[in-house]
Design a binder for this molecule. Structure first.
Ligand SMILES: [Mn+2]
Length: 353
């Protein structure tokens, strides 16, 4: 059993800014999920990662890096006071990740050699189903207790179970605000049904309660993905990286652009944040970095605009953060700060901070 702090003791420590114990949880304290308004599911999963590796370690590096943060957020104030915590991990996910990664490598190799590895492919797809089910059941559980739930990945397939749980619980459905360098609209990329590159293909074809997909920062995609985005009609909006830069180059102010992005969304919004939506200088070790992208400040400003718009954020994920390749904490530092911003955005939109 994990040991938690008494809520008021945890808050007092954060208020005083004491140096946290090394093994402490998010932000340097260990809040009991029963006392928290917002709980985050850690998902140590990256089996279908096609390029760089390491995102399954995201939670393990982001949580210690979060100990460096100052608790008073310029935009969202004392968001921590609502109670934010990372749930204990489901160890099954970590072990499925280990087993599925080897099989996935053989599938990708077969793909490159234009041969087949059907048994391995079936195995990886079965593991993905188990991961999605685990996240779904955990999310359902905590949603039924009246908590807000987020996912801390892992690769970008990690939050599918949470989105499914929300599609069954959020009245009137919701839209998705998706930050990414990629559309993630591929149909079964490399044969993997639940690939990181397919998450929003799966979401948009499986959950009719997701009434809108608004993508921001996209700058690397296949022709089929772009066509799929176009086929969504009014159910999809995409603010490509090039569009965002062009607006800047031609003198449109970012306030107008951010307002347009948020105006495309319905009252309830889920935020899916792939760290590679940012300029890769912020996250050089992420799985599939692409030049260009949003600055940290631009991403934060869009989240502030969202929280101030009267819309309600119903959940979120942060994915594709990997440990820094040369050692050090840079990627995790950015990830931890982005994560606290996402927490603040949700809690502010729900009038909880
Ligand atoms: Mn992605």
């Amino acid at each position: 059993m994990k040991k938690y702090m008494k809520f008021e003791e945890a808050m007092a420590e954060l208020e005083q800014g004491l140096p946290p114990a090394a093994e402490a949880g998010f932000l340097g304290v260990s809040v009991n999920p029963e006392d928290a308004k917002l709980v985050m599911i850690p998902v140590h999963w990256e089996a279908t990662t096609s390029y760089g590796a390491g995102t399954s370690k995201g939670p393990d590096v982001i949580i210690p890096a979060s100990h460096q943060l100052d608790m008073e957020d310029a935009a969202f104030g004392k968001a921590f006071r609502a109670g934010i915590t990372v749930l204990p991990e489901d160890h099954l996910i970590r072990s499925l990740n280990e087993k599925a990664k080897d099989a996935a490598e053989r599938v990708i190799e077969a793909c490159e050699l234009r041969t087949k590895a059907d048994d391995d492919l079936r195995f990886v797809n079965e593991c993905s189903v188990k991961v999605n089910d685990s996240v779904y059941h955990t999310a359902k559980d905590w949603l039924s207790k009246g908590k807000f739930v987020a996912v801390l990945g892992g690769d970008h397939s990690s939050p599918q179970g949470l989105i499914r749980a929300l599609s069954e619980t959020v009245k009137g459905g919701f839209g998705v605000l998706h930050f990414d360098a990629h559309h993630d609209l591929r149909h079964a990329y490399e044969g993997f049904t639940f690939s990181h590159a397919s998450i929003f293909y799966n979401v948009m074809t499986s959950y009719s309660q997701v009434t809108k997909l608004t993508q921001v920062g996209i700058r690397d995609y296949s022709r089929d993905e772009r066509a799929f985005m176009e086929s969504l009609g009014a159910r999809g909006s995409c603010f490509y990286g090039r569009d965002l830069f062009k607006a800047k180059a031609e003198g449109r102010n970012f306030k107008t652009v951010a307002a347009e992005i948020i105006a495309s969304l319905p009252d309830n919004v889920y935020v899916s944040f792939d760290i590679d939506g940012l300029d890769p200088s912020y996250c050089p070790s992420t799985g599939t970095p692409v030049p260009g992208g949003l600055s940290y400040d631009e991403a934060c400003y869009i989240l502030e605009t969202l929280a101030a718009s009267g819309r309600r954020v119903v959940g979120f994920d942060l994915t594709e953060v990997a440990p820094s390749e040369e050692g050090g904490e840079w990627d995790a530092n950015v990830g931890a700060r982005m994560l606290y911003k996402l927490c603040g955005c949700l809690l502010r939109s729900q009038k909880l901070c």
